[in-house]
Design a protein around this ligand. Sequence first.
Ligand SMILES: C[S@@+](CC[C@H](N)C(=O)[O-])C[C@H]1O[C@@H](n2cnc3c(N)ncnc32)[C@H](O)[C@@H]1O
Length: 369
Amino acid sequence: MRNKNFFKQKTALTAAKTRIYKEYIEGYLPKLLMSKGICLIADLFCGPGTNGKENGSPLILLERLNYILSSPQLQKKQNKKVYVLFNDQDKENIENLKKEVSNFQYDKNVIEIFIKNEKYENLLPNLIKKPEKKEIPKFFFLYPFTYSNVKMKHLKALMSLSNSEVLLFIPIFHTYRFSNVKEYDKTHRTRIFIEEFTIKGMFNYENVHTFMASMREKLLNEINIPYIRDVLLDGGGSKNSLFLLTNHQKGMLLMNKIAFRNTDNGSSVIVKHKDQNFLFGSDEGSSFYDDFREKLKEFIRDREVSNYDIVDFTIKNCCLPKHAKQELKKLYDLKKIKVFDENDIELSNSQKWNIADELKKETIFKWQK
Ligand SMILES: C[S@@+](CC[C@H](N)C(=O)[O-])C[C@H]1O[C@@H](n2cnc3c(N)ncnc32)[C@H](O)[C@@H]1O
């Protein structure tokens, strides 16, 4: 099934999604290629390669790869390899993509492209069992049309591979508004999705943010990984959700930064354009940062905690080390905490607290009774 209109015109919402994809690739790939020299990027719902005159995700990736690989440091790096896998179930899309790729200039010694025309459900078992690919860092980009396409078991399988990350966009429309519709029987698509992807299941969600929080909690519970970053892409009538699933603190930190760069509040990108009505209004504010402030206080209250623990806690809770520092300074000024170095010498200068993206030395934060 092909949604022809989707690819004719790139909406503001699609542009927001592809911007996040692009920024993540730009931040993630250079460091990965410098350290490992090899990776696999799989765009499993890749589409035809173009949206109207704009590039779709496959061409965005190839362009970014050319840009990244042209950096002087990576030019010097020997034996680099990037495997790229594009897949779409639609034959017409794949034929178009093959044409686009054949017109695209890239270094075939470094980038090796595979193009498949399969249902991604059928492709997954093959992707998962190849033992020779075990150690290669893998990045899966999943961008289906509807929420019924991707199942929890698929995400579990992909994240059970070593060195694997998933970036998933799921359109959620207004599913949360229908989550307490009693008439939905067990076979209803919306009900199946809500029950599979939220911790609370069919429930009267206060707003889309509580729905997203319930999805995030469910993913954390079901998939055994430490870091999940969600962002709401709010186009009024068409709400989309983004989830980064990763085992790496650095990956989550990068997505936190991208989310703060692209949003006012760190949690939702609000996209408005003239053709879209905000059916239910977009005023459901998120108390995301206030929640973090409270959780951080709870985390350090009546205890001693290291800067490493605080930074990890902050990143897991979708914020940045500088946010933690800001809150810690307030607590310090209120005489709620004291900070010490590894020799138990008190540090009054917050520059020395070592709450940053890159940590060097351990410091200890002690709650004052
Ligand atoms: C939202 S579009 C992808 C857009 C693309 N990533 C881009 O940025 O240009 C979703 C694509 O998924 C494909 N698709 C839908 N169900 C699929 C499935 N079960 N397996 C593989 N592809 C599927 C559709 O043909 C469509 O091209």
